[in-house]
Ligand binder design. Structure first.
Ligand code: FCB
Length: 474
C-alpha cells in the first residue's frame, strides 16, 4: 500500500497535544470528521482520458503567475493513485472526504457530450469511498472553468451560469444515487476577486467591475444549479455552497474604525452571504468596491437565494482593520475605507502569513446560525501550512499543525455547546498539494507528499487526527 506511519493512540502524544483535553463536550454521533482536496490541486493527469484544459491550465503558463513557474500537470498524481489515497483516508479513520469534480474532465467543452472516461474516475472514487464507509462531499466548482467556456466569455456572461446548471444536473444524475452532500461552488469570493480584480488567480484579470460582474454570474449559476440539483436528487440530499470567511475585528477604538469594520465585513464576508441568505447585495457593497451594479435581471436574486440545506464554511484566519489615519494611508490601502494590520505583535502565524486565530471560527459559526439562520453548517476547510521537513524516514514532525487543529477543534466544541447545528469538519488538506499561485511551496497536508517520488508519508498531525477521530467513536 506504500503508506508510512501508523496511527497511534492519542494518549501517547505529549499531554499538551493529546486531543480531547479541552473539549467543552463530546461531538454528536455521525459527526463528519474528514479532510478536503480539490481537483486541480491534487489530480494531475491534465491531458489524460479526454480531459480538456481549464482556465488554470492556461493561467499557470503565464510567466510570473506561479511560484517558480510550477503547474498542476502532475500535482499529487491522485488521478493515478486514487485507490492508494482512499486506503490512506481509511487508515486515517476519516469519516468523510470532500473533493471536487473537474468540469473539463467530465464535459471537455463545458457543455455537450459527457466524457465517459473522465466521469468514470469520479464514479470509481465515490465507490471506493463508500466501500470504506467514507462519506463523499462533492464540490462542483473549485475554480477550474473549461477553457472552451472562457473563450465564450467565461463568468462575465450569463450563458456560463446556464452551462454550470446543466453540468451540475448531469453530475447529479450520475452520482446522485451515491452522493448525499453537494456543494455548488468553492469560495466564489476568490473566483471573483482574486481572478478578476487582483489577477492572482485564473483568469488573471485586473478590474473590479469585472469581478463584481463575474460574481453575479457565479451566484446566478449557484442558484440555477441548486434548482436543478433539487429536482433530480433524492430528498435526503444535502445541498450547499462553500464560502470563505474572515471575521473582522477593530484595531482601535475610534468610531471611524467601527465604520471600517463594517465595510471590510461587507467586502470580505457579506458580498456572497447576503445574496444567498437574504436575496440582496449589501447596500454599501458597490460603493465599497468602487463599482457600479452588476447586470442583475428580474428574479436573479430570488434564484440566488434558493433555500439551502447547509452552508460550507472555509475558515483560516481573521482580519484586523482600522480606519486609515491619513489621506496617504487611505490611498495606499487596497480599499480607501480601511487598512488591514498585517503583523500583530505577539500573534502566531502560519507559513502563509495568516494569523492563527481559533476564536474566529467560533465567532463566524455562531454568527451564521444566529444572524443568517443557517440551518446546518459544515466546516468545509480549515488547516494550516507550515514548513514541514521530511528526512527520508517514516515520519514528519509537525507539532504546530497538531496544535492548530486541536485549537480549532476545541472552538468547534464550544460552538456545539451553544446549540449551533454543526455537522462536520474537513481539514484542508488530506495531502500536500498545488497551492495555486504558491505552487508546491506551501504544505497543508495531513500527509506529506515527496513530489519527486510521489511517496506519501503520514505526518504526526495525520496520526494525531486519526487517533482523535478514533477517540470520538461511539
Ligand atoms: C482555500 C482554497 C483551497 C486552498 C486553501 C488553502 O482558499 O479553497 O483550495 O488553497 O485555501
Amino acid at each position: 500500500m506504500g503508506i508510512s506511519g501508523r496511527p497511534q493512540d492519542h494518549r501517547s502524544f505529549p499531554a499538551s497535544l493529546a486531543g480531547g483535553s479541552n473539549l467543552v463536550g463530546g461531538f454528536p454521533p455521525g459527526f463528519l470528521w474528514g479532510a478536503a482536496t480539490s481537483a486541480y490541486q491534487v489530480e494531475g493527469a491534465v491531458r489524460e482520458d479526454g480531459r480538456a484544459p481549464s482556465i488554470w491550465d492556461r493561467f499557470v503558463a503565464r510567466p510570473g503567475a506561479i511560484f517558480q513557474g510550477q503547474t498542476g500537470e502532475v500535482a499529487a498524481d491522485h488521478y493515478h493513485r486514487m485507490e492508494e489515497d482512499v486506503a490512506l483516508m481509511a487508515h486515517l479513520n476519516l469519516r468523510a472526504y470532500r473533493f471536487s469534480i473537474a468540469w473539463p474532465r467530465v464535459l471537455p467543452q463545458g457543455t455537450g457530450p459527457v466524457n465517459e472516461r473522465g466521469l468514470a474516475f469520479y464514479e470509481r472514487l465515490v465507490d471506493a469511498l463508500l466501500a470504506r464507509g467514507i462519506e463523499p462531499l462533492v464540490t462542483l466548482y473549485h475554480w477550474d472553468l473549461p477553457v472552451a467556456l472562457e473563450e465564450r466569455g467565461g463568468w462575465l456572461v450569463r450563458d456560463t451560469a446556464q452551462a454550470f446548471a446543466e453540468y451540475a444536473e448531469m453530475v447529479a444524475r450520475r452520482l446522485g444515487d451515491r452522493v448525499r452532500w453537494w456543494l455548488t461552488h468553492n469560495e466564489p469570493w476568490c473566483s471573483s476577486y482574486l481572478g478578476y480584480a487582483l489577477g492572482i488567480h485564473a483568469p488573471g484579470m485586473h478590474d473590479k467591475q469585472l469581478a463584481i460582474n463575474a460574481s453575479h454570474h457565479i451566484l446566478l449559476s449557484h442558484g440555477l444549479a441548486v434548482q436543478r440539483l433539487r429536482a433530480v436528487l433524492p430528498r435526503e440530499a444535502q445541498i450547499g455552497i462553500a464560502l470563505d470567511f474572515y471575521p473582522v475585528y477593530a484595531a482601535d477604538e475610534r468610531p471611524e474604525t467601527q465604520v471600517a469594520v463594517q465595510q471590510a465585513d461587507v467586502f470580505r464576508n457579506r458580498w456572497f452571504l447576503d445574496p444567498i441568505f437574504r436575496a440582496s447585495y449589501p447596500e454599501s457593497l458597490f460603493t465599497v468596491l468602487g463599482v457600479t451594479s452588476p447586470p442583475i435581471q428580474t428574479d436573479d436574486l430570488a434564484l440566488i437565494a434558493s433555500p439551502l440545506d447547509f452552508l460550507g464554511v472555509n475558515y483560516y484566519s481573521r482580519m484586523l482593520v482600522r480606519a486609515p489615519r491619513s489621506a496617504a494611508a487611505a490611498s495606499a490601502a487596497e480599499h480607501a475605507s480601511y487598512e488591514v494590520i498585517e503583523r500583530i505583535p505577539g500573534a502566531a502565524y502560519t507559513d502563509m502569513g495568516w494569523e492563527i486565530f481559533p476564536e474566529g471560527l467560533e465567532v463566524i459559526l455562531t454568527r451564521l446560525h444566529r444572524e443568517y439562520g443557517v440551518k446546518a453548517l459544515v466546516v468545509t476547510e480549515n488547516g494550516a501550512a507550515f514548513e514541514d521537513h521530511w528526512h527520508g524516514g517514516e515520519s514528519v514532525h509537525d507539532w504546530q499543525r497538531i496544535h492548530y487543529l486541536q485549537q480549532h477543534i476545541e472552538a468547534l466544541s464550544r460552538v456545539l455547546a451553544q446549540q449551533v447545528p454543526l455537522k462536520g469538519y474537513m481539514v484542508w488538506s488530506l495531502l500536500d498539494n498545488f497551492e495555486w499561485a504558491f505552487g508546491y511551496s506551501k504544505r497543508f497536508g495531513l500527509v506529506y507528499v515527496d513530489y519527486s517520488t510521489q511517496r506519501r508519508i503520514i505526518k504526526d498531525s495525520g496520526r494525531w487526527y486519526a487517533s482523535f477521530i478514533a477517540s470520538q467513536r461511539r
